[in-house]
Design a protein around this ligand. Sequence first.
Ligand code: AMP
Length: 287
Amino acid sequence: MRIVLLGAPGSGKGTQAQRLQAKYGVPQVSSGDLLRDSVARGTELGRKVKSVMDAGQLVSDDLVLGLIRERLGKPDAARGFILDGFPRNIDQANSLNALLKELGQPIDAVLLLDVRGETLVRRLAGRRTCLTCGTVYNVHSMPAGANTCSKDGAQLYQRPDDKEDVVAKRLEVYQTQTQPLIDHYSKLGQLRAVAGEGALEEVFERMEAAALAKPVPAGKVKVTTRKARSTAATKKAPVKKAATKKKASGKKAKARRRPTRKTAAKKSARRKSVKRVPKRRTKARRR
Ligand code: AMP
């Protein structure tokens, strides 16, 4: 399983990647986690990127690519990987393509987690992370007042870039820089859109189905559920175009289906005869 997870911040990429990792035994490779780890360890790279991350901006491509290259070169990634948060722009996508060619590990699919804008903001602002094990919680689904990890009892904290003003910036960066990847991977025939709202388990089932599905022809997006909703962030995605097309043709098909063949034939004959016969002659005939 070699998969790229695409989606706005807060769409659930990390959570779903962890589940895929647990079930399929392939590592989640999160560029955000790799960067946060460098910051926590106080490495030179970590010191360079901290302020950029805290501001919700993208770290420079070469720094992130270096981390990804190193991580994908580790033995456990030879079995496959779930890329979470990388690539984040077209240049990164091209670099990734070159790197994977080098490693002889082409991508199986790119899964787009589709979530509405208002849901993203709510999820990000309510997100809390365990200081030691990194488990992610949300204040909206936690018991009131709880502030420790249910796994190890450690303190939960709010990521500096999950504060409201930074969240807005991150969503803007996603729209301008990352969203063009939807079109990019759709044209390559690798994109599969998954509705990212609903119960975690349901979303996971859709993710699995999309990950294991056979490739679709280039330019056509595989939508795994009819309830797929577009985000503010994915308004221009081909997902929506496809949905609109389907709707339109569905309507036509319905309209055509309603009259029986006989009545349709009669109607059309009537229409033709009215057109052909001049008004005066018609009146004369009636008399
Ligand atoms: P994430 O945990 O994926 O939301 O990433 C947190 C932050 O890390 C982002 O807001 C960026 O500052 C930085 N970051 C993560 N992945 C990338 C990437 N592929 N390219 C540039 N910056 C990234």
